[in-house]
Design a protein around this ligand. Structure first.
Ligand code: NAP
Length: 308
């Protein structure tokens, strides 16, 4: 495994992290057993992954807690998230504190390395920064959180407006951003700022459905053509030809891992063989320059899709 600094957080993280949400939720969405999901997390740790990303809303914190029991605490970077309190919450800061305590209990630990506000849209950013961030900073000072994070609501905001605002505020140690070869817009609008400010950067949606299911990709490309977001007849076959990559999924993870400004790419899976393949992909070199040039020509200006 290769490891990188997560911005200036002081955390050292594997280049690929295990996402415990997304379409798979460690296999829980497909009805896999808790034992299977715990085994998957342990396998990820055995293979050198040290960052596990969950959330109070995923229903996988207890699985992560069971999987890390007995693992020296400083060998794992635990990342979890808090859904925003409702607008009429009489004491949102208290809701943040009690939410963290509940997450710590489910995770079986007394601190989390990364605690994010989950899926923050542009419309709620003032509330997040003005009311919730001070509560998070106090929790960081108290040692309950090592780094304060915020994640975007990518499907509703594929142009990253919220992140572009938040990166001008000093309270965020890390951000989670949607980025993939179909919508690389964070390359222009987010990564220059995270690099300048030393903010840790986690990527989600590297593959999602469009880059792991051929029928979904075809549907998305045809929709993009109809909206004139793509030249007619666009096809990603070149990524798996002439020794470029063994699969589209491999190409998609490699595309993200080697992007300057990306610290860790999350992979969400419920399948051990996919996990092994995705780790192997993350350790391969960048895609060949000619493939990257073709991707830039096709999708370089796209900022309207997520690949979901
Ligand atoms: N706003 C937020 O805060 C937010 C939103 C979304 C996600 N996240 C985080 O980001 C993590 C990553 O999520 P993501 O959904 O974007 O992950 P992803 O890795 O881009 O996509 C996961 C999907 O790809 C499939 N897949 C993975 N590897 C594969 C392979 N080798 N071959 C074929 N299919 C493969 C998975 O199915 P299988 O199970 O069959 O492998 C799953 O359906 C989540 O788990 C979560 O922790 C955060």
């Amino acid at each position: 495994m290769n490891y990188r600094n997560l911005g200036n957080t002081g955390l050292r993280v594997s280049v690929i992290g295990l996402g415990c949400g997304g379409p798979s939720r460690l296999g829980q969405r497909d009805g896999k057993s808790t034992k299977h999901s715990i085994g998957l997390v342990r396998k990820a740790l055995d293979l050198g992954i040290n960052l596990l990303d969950t959330a109070e809303s995923y229903g996988t914190e207890e699985i992560v807690g069971a999987a890390i029991r007995g693992v020296p605490r400083d060998r794992v970077v635990v990342s979890t998230k808090k859904t925003l309190p409702e607008p009429d919450d009489p004491d949102p800061a208290a809701t943040i504190r009690s939410g963290l305590e509940a997450s710590l209990k489910r995770l079986g630990t007394d601190y989390v390395d990364l605690y994010h506000l989950h899926g923050v849209g542009a419309a709620r950013y003032d509330f997040a920064a003005g009311v919730l961030a001070p509560a998070l900073v106090r929790l960081r000072e108290a040692g309950k959180i090592r780094a304060v994070g915020i994640t975007e609501e990518f499907p509703a905001n594929p142009r990253h407006e919220m992140l572009q605002r938040c990166l001008h505020d000093p309270c965020w140690d890390a951000v989670m951003v949607g980025f993939n070869l179909l919508n690389p817009s964070a390359r222009r609008s987010v990564f220059p700022l995270t690099l300048e400010k030393g903010v840790g950067t986690l990527v989600m949606f590297a593959v999602r459905r469009a880059l792991s299911q051929p029928a979904q990709l075809d549907k998305l490309l045809r929709e993009m053509e109809q909206r004139a977001a793509l030249e007619p007849g666009a096809d990603l076959g070149f990524l798996t030809e002439n020794g470029c990559a063994e699969s589209l999924t491999e190409a998609a993870y490699r595309f993200c891992v080697h992007e300057p400004g990306v610290d860790v790419v999350l992979t969400g899976t419920g399948d051990e063989r996919h996990l092994e393949a995705n780790i192997a992909a993350a350790l391969k070199p960048p895609l060949p320059p000619e493939a990257l040039e073709r991707l830039e020509a096709l999708f370089g200006n796209v900022d309207s899709v997520t690949g979901n």
